[in-house]
Design a protein around this ligand. Structure first.
Ligand SMILES: Nc1ncnc2c1ncn2[C@@H]1O[C@H](COP(=O)(O)OP(=O)(O)O)[C@@H](O)[C@H]1O
Ligand SMILES: [Mg+2]
Length: 332
């Protein structure tokens, strides 16, 4: 336990008293131990006396199994200050679609039920729909003031990177749309004047565009602010996971985000690695992980592989005895 404290201590900034929870977002290729590391980090924080929620957005729903959570989309207390929630995309998507249908009904009361169904289906099957659901959910987490930290276990890397890039894309398009709208409003103004009418000065569309720009600009800011959000990247010492870690770190740098932890998981002891014929590959991958440019001067750790895969909170805790600074493992 003493070691762990050393390796994981003071990794994340203390959450602001009024500012809502600090988000810790864990990313990595499927199977590398994202869920495990999320639990590990959340547990370490909770045992440090904080109120912590670990949320899994991954639809493989391993967190639910791992911690024996009942229903999805509901937080369960796992231990002391530690809570856990398995997010269910399907259920949330259904709820969102229903809300959308209700909104449509309000705007266009004449719309037939059949047409409403059709609209709902189009929304449901639109590219980017799932990312939008995830993004809204992430946004909502920042206002869960009952927690000091929320550790987020993410869906597959590709989806995660798209989600994180969305607010910036939205802001870009909203700005272009606002420019267009301003031109339309300007032309309308000139025409009304010419016709001797009293031109409308306020434009509800421009107002709405402005409101959305504010909202997504704010979210982009939060996701990349070191005060509100920290990132954790996990990889196993193999070429593909290391490649994904590199891509993720590059994208996080572009977003201006702060990575506080880079974890090499399931590291085999040298004799075992030799026996399995992977010593060279593991060594090379670990060296690469030690050198990957990391936005935010992340701490680099190695977590040794256990014979018995951890599948419970106790199992995850056992891993804590196998955590060491990456440099130490490399020079051993
Ligand atoms: N250090 C480790 N040693 C041995 N098995 C591990 C270790 N870390 C994770 N595992 C096992 O690897 C599998 C994948 O881990 P998980 O955390 O679910 O990965 P991910 O969330 O990235 O898909 C699980 O069976 C887990 O028990
Ligand atoms: Mg997982």
């Amino acid at each position: 336990m003493g070691r762990v404290v050393l390796v994981l201590e003071n990794l994340f900034p203390h959450p602001e008293k009024q500012g809502g929870p600090h988000l810790v977002i864990t990313s990595g290729k499927g199977g590398v131990g994202k869920t495990t590391v999320s639990i590990l980090v959340a547990d370490a924080l909770a045992r440090g006396g904080w109120r912590v929620l670990v949320v899994s957005l991954d639809q493989a729903k391993h967190l639910q199994e791992y911690l024996g959570l009942g229903e999805t989309n509901r937080a369960y207390r796992v231990d002391g200050g530690l809570w856990a929630l398995q997010f269910d995309l399907e259920r949330e998507a259904e709820r969102f679609t229903q809300e959308y249908v209700m909104l449509l009904q309000q705007i266009m009361p004449g719309l037939k039920a059949l047409n409403l169904e059709k609209y709902a289906e189009v929304v449901r099957n639109s590219p980017g729909f799932e990312e939008e659901i995830y993004l809204r959910y992430l946004e909502g987490l920042y206002s869960r003031r009952e927690y000091d930290y929320i550790v987020v276990d993410t869906p597959p890397t590709g989806i995660t990177l798209r989600i994180l890039g969305l607010p910036g894309n939205y802001v870009f398009w909203l700005e272009r749309l606002s420019e267009l709208r301003e031109r339309i409003v300007g032309a309308r103004y000139v025409i009304s004047k010419a016709l001797g009418e009293r031109p409308e000065v306020r434009d509800p569309v421009l107002d709405k565009l402005g409101e959305l720009r504010q909202r997504y600009g704010g979210l982009r800011e939060r996701l990349s602010s070191s005060r509100d959000t920290s990132y954790v990247v996990v990889a196993t010492p193999e070429p593909l996971p290391v490649f994904e870690a590199r891509k993720t770190l590059e994208q996080l740098r572009r977003l201006g985000a702060t990575v506080r932890l880079l974890a090499a998981n399931k590291v085999l002891p040298p004799d075992k690695a030799r026996l399995l014929g992977v010593h060279g590959v593991q060594r090379k991958s670990l060296e690469e992980l030690a050198q990957l440019p990391c936005p935010g001067e992340c701490r680099r750790i190695a977590i040794m592989a256990t014979e018995e895969p951890p599948h419970s909170l106790t199992g995850a805790r056992r891993l804590l005895e196998r955590v060491a600074p990456l440099q130490e493992v490399l020079s051993a």
